[in-house]
Design a protein around this ligand. Structure first.
Ligand code: 13P
Length: 253
């Protein structure tokens, strides 16, 4: 049985005071459980705050992106080593907002993934189709293309110890969640694709679903055999909502 992960993605939200109360409320309500992992991915300026509030607690933290470069003249970039220095465990790579708004191509995402691994971070590789792609019947080719770019760069062994997040773009921030069956279908497809290269890596690869996950739909999603938790946007900004999702992960088989 794979572990379950619930990871918050705060996106471009937060303030020192707001983060403080959010994190304290999460910590007050979290009951640790073996095989269940909780984390928040924060804007880079708040990594030090996350470290000081979360060190030694059951909640891990991470960045929302990572540079494909290690150091040098790359204004605005944050390296994997910098994230590690602030105790980050995770780095999201290839979020659809980075892909569509900031030009992260499949090749760039693959480089960022490799960079995160090299720095000792656990990359959370996001993949997902747009509504037009789903309606055009190209969901699987799109997911395959996004996954294959990373497989080609790091191999199946490079995915071992990482996380994959299936985030259909049409479900992100829209309140329109993929059905549990749609999520399961996509996850099974992605796992099968990895299994084509290495069945053992595929079998232990945690695969999260992201896109309008809430306390009210988390249990149904997490009950699917290939859904190993969630990557949570909006609901991770409200302690009680985030904790409700955590409780669903704790209760899941
Ligand atoms: P929402 O939960 O707000 O739909 O966002 C999902 C997401 O993009 C997490 O990375």
């Amino acid at each position: 049985m794979r572990d379950k992960h619930v990871v918050g993605n705060w996106k471009l939200n937060g303030s020192l005071a707001g983060n403080d109360s959010l994190v304290r409320a999460i910590l007050a309500g979290v009951t640790p459980r073996a095989g269940r992992h909780l984390a928040v991915c924060v804007p880079a300026p708040y990594l030090a705050q996350a470290q000081s509030l979360l060190k030694g607690t059951p909640v891990a933290w991470g960045g929302q992106d990572v540079s494909r470069f290690e150091k040098g003249a790359y204004t605005g970039e944050v390296s994997g080593a910098m994230l590690r220095e602030f105790g980050a465990t995770f780095a999201i790579v290839g979020h659809s907002e980075r892909r569509t708004l900031f030009g992260d191509t499949d090749a760039v995402v693959a480089e960022k993934f490799a960079s995160a691994r090299k720095a000792g971070l656990v990359p959370i590789l996001c993949v997902g189709e747009t509504l037009a792609e789903r309606e055009g019947g190209t969901t699987e080719p799109v997911l395959a293309r996004q996954l294959d770019a990373v497989l080609a760069r790091v191999g199946a062994a490079g995915l071992d110890g990482a996380l994959v997040a299936y985030e259909p773009v049409w479900a992100i921030g829209t309140g329109r969640t993929a059905t549990a069956a749609q999520a399961q279908e996509a996850h099974a497809f992605l796992r099968g694709r990895v299994a084509g290269q290495d069945a053992a890596v595929a079998a232990r690869l945690p695969m999260l679903y992201g896109g309008s996950v809430k306390g009210s739909n988390a249990a149904e999603l997490f009950a699917m055999p290939d859904v190993d938790g969630g990557l949570i946007g909006g609901a991770s900004l409200v302690a009680e909502d985030f904790l409700a999702i955590w409780r669903a992960a704790v209760a899941a088989e």
